[in-house]
Design a protein around this ligand. Structure first.
Ligand SMILES: NC(=O)c1ccc[n+]([C@@H]2O[C@H](COP(=O)([O-])OP(=O)(O)OC[C@H]3O[C@@H](n4cnc5c(N)ncnc54)[C@H](O)[C@@H]3O)[C@@H](O)[C@H]2O)c1
Length: 257
């Protein structure tokens, strides 16, 4: 088993990418703590993953925007698992915002969950991992590298995640804590909502852009088939000499330098 003996926290594990990662980590033999705001769905997905085995998964309710809550849940989960080797912060939100009239509610929600949530979970994991080393994986986005219509606020949050990841990787490397980020392009409830929020014209343009700009298949990937195996690799010791990197898993849409 590639992740046998690994103790892993995954935030945002109730659906989409996070749920696929929890399943894949349990399948690879890990002990997983799945955390999310959505309690009922989180418990159901975690129980299914754990029943399939051979590893195990336990659910904890968590809001990543509250540092004291993050510290308490991470300490509880680490004690339950007997330590913490890997922390994957998947929790995130996207919404379109009129860039000429950015409203404070949208701004706060996007920055609190995507940016402060990354800083809270990373800081809390680092304080547990710094004694014996560890592995942190964040979620960035193509939106943080380039322009997308009405998506500049979300893009700015993901640009912040990229800079944060590169920066703390340098700072925490000497303590043996690695920090990398994944930039995915896969079909999830977030992507379905992203599509629903577009006008028919914008949706047609989006579909055409996806068809012509993703060299591998011309469409978004599948979280379980296309992303989860990469996440297993990134959580494993095979990546012990990699830190501060952005990993696009998007069929070749972007190339990060
Ligand atoms: N789907 C894509 O193609 C894509 C593209 C680029 C980046 N991303 C990023 O990948 C990550 C996962 O995306 P997804 O598509 O699976 O999204 P999703 O909306 O399907 O799932 C996100 C999960 O995060 C949880 N969450 C939201 N706010 C939270 C909070 N405050 N505390 C704890 N949990 C919270 C939600 O309850 C949900 O279960 C996000 O960070 C997203 O920005 C996704």
């Amino acid at each position: 088993m590639q992740l046998d003996g690994k103790r892993i926290i995954v935030t945002g594990g109730a659906q989409g990418i996070g749920a696929a990662i929890v399943r894949a980590y349990v399948e690879a033999g890990a002990t997983v703590s799945c955390m999310d705001l959505q309690e009922e769905q989180g418990r159901a997905r975690t129980a299914e993953a754990s029943a399939a085995g051979p590893g195990t998964a336990t659910f904890y309710k968590l809001n990543v925007t509250d540092r004291s809550e993050v510290d308490a849940r991470f300490a509880e989960a680490s004690a339950d698992m007997g330590g913490l080797d890997v922390m994957v912060n998947v929790a995130g939100v996207q919404s379109f915002v009129d860039v000429a009239n950015v409203d404070e509610t949208s701004y706060r929600r996007l920055f609190d969950i995507n940016v402060l949530g990354t800083m809270n979970t990373n800081g809390s994991a680092f304080s547990i991992m710094k004694a014996s080393g560890g592995n942190i994986i964040n979620f960035g986005s193509r939106s943080g590298l380039t322009s997308e219509l009405d998506n500049a606020v979300y893009g700015a949050t993901k640009g912040a995640v990229h800079t944060w990841t590169r920066s703390v990787a340098q700072e925490w490397g000497p303590s043996g804590v690695r920090v990398n980020a994944v930039l995915p392009y896969v079909v999830t409830p977030m992507y379905e909502k992203f599509r629903e929020a577009m006008s028919p014209d914008d949706l047609a343009k989006h579909d055409e852009e996806v068809r012509s700009s993703i060299p591998l298949g011309g469409k978004f990937g599948d979280p379980a088939r296309d992303l989860a195996p990469v996440m297993v690799f990134l959580a494993s010791d095979a990546t012990r000499y990699i830190t501060g990197q952005m990993f696009p898993v998007d069929g070749g849409l972007i190339s990060v330098r």
